[in-house]
Design a protein around this ligand. Structure first.
Ligand code: UDP
Length: 242
């Protein structure tokens, strides 16, 4: 598979649909898979935190989550076909799980958010099997939760602990499992539960979903300071390559 490297992070070169097809094949083959969806904040985090970069390097696939990554690829003359956002990928995987009665485990978010999320997904995807769920507030070094999940033999494990915790948990535990697609999904359970509304389609089409999120959750602005630093570093990479 083709990759586009941005500041040391290798992104898959595929469309959303192609990526879902790849994952579907891997579910059927019971091929253990670690998926990271990365936006500019994640790329900067990896550049500033060696241990986090090591977690990312063990992922099977890193997808461009956010217009910033797609733009950066273009600046570096290594264009990526489109965004492959975590939230959409999760929704597509839930549909697949529904069609094929796959077993799904949900790990993360606050207890009440998680319960609302489970309620909503069981309404929307009634044929999917919910293997189990656990909230995201536990000690990462406690091996018991992974042990319990392993015994449930889920096909898909969505981990919504936020970065870098979710990638750390997957990195630390994936070796114990026999199968499963493991994917860090950030605040997606909050999105499904309706706690944080997703941007209306027009905002998404205009590629300003990030602005909508900033307005909804103004506390995010500090994290968003990573974006200008990201742009600067990518442009520097471009100049150095000339
Ligand atoms: N979260 C969690 N455990 C923690 C910290 C956060 O389960 O120790 C959950 C939080 O409730 C939310 C999700 O992780 O559902 C994503 O959090 P955040 O918005 O900070 O991450 P991002 O969307 O930026 O990855």
């Amino acid at each position: 598979m083709n990759h586009v490297e941005i500041l040391g992070v290798p992104f898959i070169h595929s469309t959303r649909n192609e990526f879902i097809d790849i994952l579907h094949r891997r579910i059927k083959q019971q091929n253990k898979t670690f998926v990271v969806t990365a936006n500019p904040e994640i790329v900067m985090m990896a550049n500033e935190n060696k241990v986090f970069m090591e977690y990312l390097q063990t992922a099977d696939f890193i997808t461009p989550d956010g217009i910033g990554i797609v733009k950066a690829a273009g600046w570096l003359n290594k264009p990526l076909p489109e965004r492959v956002p975590g939230f959409d990928t999760m929704k597509d995987l839930l549909s697949l799980a529904n069609e094929n009665q796959y077993r799904v485990y949900f790990l993360g978010a606050k207890q009440e958010v998680l319960e609302q999320c489970i309620h909503n997904v069981s309404n929307d995807f009634p044929k999917m099997e919910i293997a189990g769920y656990h909230n995201g507030f536990f000690d990462l070094d406690n091996p018991q939760i992974a042990e319990e999940i392993r015994e449930l033999k889920p096909d898909l494990i969505f981990v919504a602990l936020g970065a870098p915790r979710q990638e750390q948990w997957i990195y630390q535990n994936i070796a114990k499992f026999d199968k499963g697609i493991f994917m860090g999904v950030g605040g997606s359970f909050d999105g499904i539960a309706g706690v944080v509304p997703r941007a209306p389609e027009i905002w998404q089409k205009l590629n300003i979903e990030w602005l909508y999120r900033l307005i909804q959750q103004p506390t995010r602005w500090k994290r968003m300071l990573a974006i200008p630093r990201f742009v600067f570093k990518v442009l520097l990479q471009k100049t150095n390559k000339r």
